[in-house]
Design a protein around this ligand. Structure first.
Ligand SMILES: NC(=O)c1ccc[n+]([C@@H]2O[C@H](COP(=O)([O-])OP(=O)(O)OC[C@H]3O[C@@H](n4cnc5c(N)ncnc54)[C@H](OP(=O)(O)O)[C@@H]3O)[C@@H](O)[C@H]2O)c1
Length: 278
């Protein structure tokens, strides 16, 4: 019997790469997508040597509208079907709303929302028909916490809302696929070691956070795999972030907003002072 295949976007680093390693360990073949083809090819080779799994390497820029269709058609051309989908590719859109061109906001929405939904729309009918599917959408704990301007300044004004949409879509798909063995999960990590904060320029302020705020990409991937197998629609990895989300649910909104705004202001001030000293 052919091994199952999972399509993973943003597999060239961070959480996506960790997802590829997790699925390969579990015996899945991989379709690896990102712009940096050399990194994907090296990962494919490593996964073949370590786990004996096969990979398709598909270089694509998911900020371009036609890419989801091309990716799925390349997989079909290779004679494979998509049994799993990890929607993960992404980057922040630094700058507050009024400072950011509309073209950049549209590009951000294409990469962080439309491409995710388009890929689900392309692969879900096949999953439903075959009676098997696993979909992981990489959301963010920022979708579940009050807004921190220290975060939106680097990741973008739309970022928490875009990630919130992924939680609701995962919940809807889980409900619509009830009893069909097609599972959908939104994994909601907090700050995670990856290239994300180098790309969006937040590395300095992130480096001031206590170590228990930082997650490892491998732990996010393990939590996501476990959650999608159990058909949990929303999973927050890590004890600290579970505590934060739980706390914010019971606190009155203004108190939660005050705590997060103050923490965010302190981190930004410290980072600015360090930058001035350097
Ligand atoms: N790190 C965190 O603290 C954190 C927290 C919560 C949620 N997240 C989410 O986790 C996901 C993965 O981020 P990460 O932390 O692993 O960051 P990362 O190490 O920077 O990885 C981002 C991945 O997305 C790919 N990517 C970026 N733009 C792309 C494009 N236009 N087309 C195709 N691929 C693209 C990158 O590959 P190429 O550059 O090779 O294209 C890379 O593989 C993102 O959706 C992010 O929002 C991250």
């Amino acid at each position: 019997m052919a091994r199952k295949l999972v399509l993973i976007t943003g597999a060239s680093s961070g959480i996506g790469e960790a997802m590829a390693r997790e699925f390969a360990r579990k015996g899945w073949d991989l379709a690896l997508v990102a712009r940096r083809e050399d990194r994907l090819a090296a990962l494919a080779e490593e996964m073949k040597a370590q786990n004996g799994v096969d990979s398709l390497v598909i270089a694509a820029d998911l900020a371009k509208p036609g890419e989801p269709e091309r990716i799925v058609s390349e997989i079909k051309k290779a004679g494979r079907q998509v049994d799993g989908l990890v929607n993960n590719a992404g980057a922040g859109q630094p700058g507050y709303f009024t400072e950011t061109d509309w073209d950049d906001q549209e590009r951000f929405l294409q990469l962080m929302v439309t491409a995710y939904l388009h890929l689900i729309h392309l692969v879900l009918p096949g999953m439903e028909e075959r009676g098997f599917g696993r979909i992981i959408n990489v959301s963010s704990v920022s979708a579940l916490l009050p807004i921190a301007t220290g975060h939106t300044r680097f990741s973008g004004t739309i970022y928490p809302g875009a990630k919130g949409l992924l939680i609701k879509v995962s919940q809807s798909i889980k409900a619509e696929m009830h009893g069909k063995n097609v599972h959908a999960t939104a994994v909601c990590p907090g700050y995670t070691w990856s290239e994300f904060h180098d790309v969006n320029g937040a590395r300095q302020s992130i480096s001031n956070l206590p170590s228990y705020w930082m997650l490892k990409a491998e732990d996010v991937a393990t939590a996501a795999y476990d959650a999608v197998e159990r058909n949990v629609a929303c999973r927050v990895p890590g004890a600290w972030y579970k505590f934060m989300v739980g706390l914010m649910r019971v606190l009155p909104d203004p108190v939660g907003e005050w705590i997060i705004a103050n923490q965010s202001k302190r981190a930004m001030k410290k980072a600015q002072a360090q930058q001035a000293e350097a």
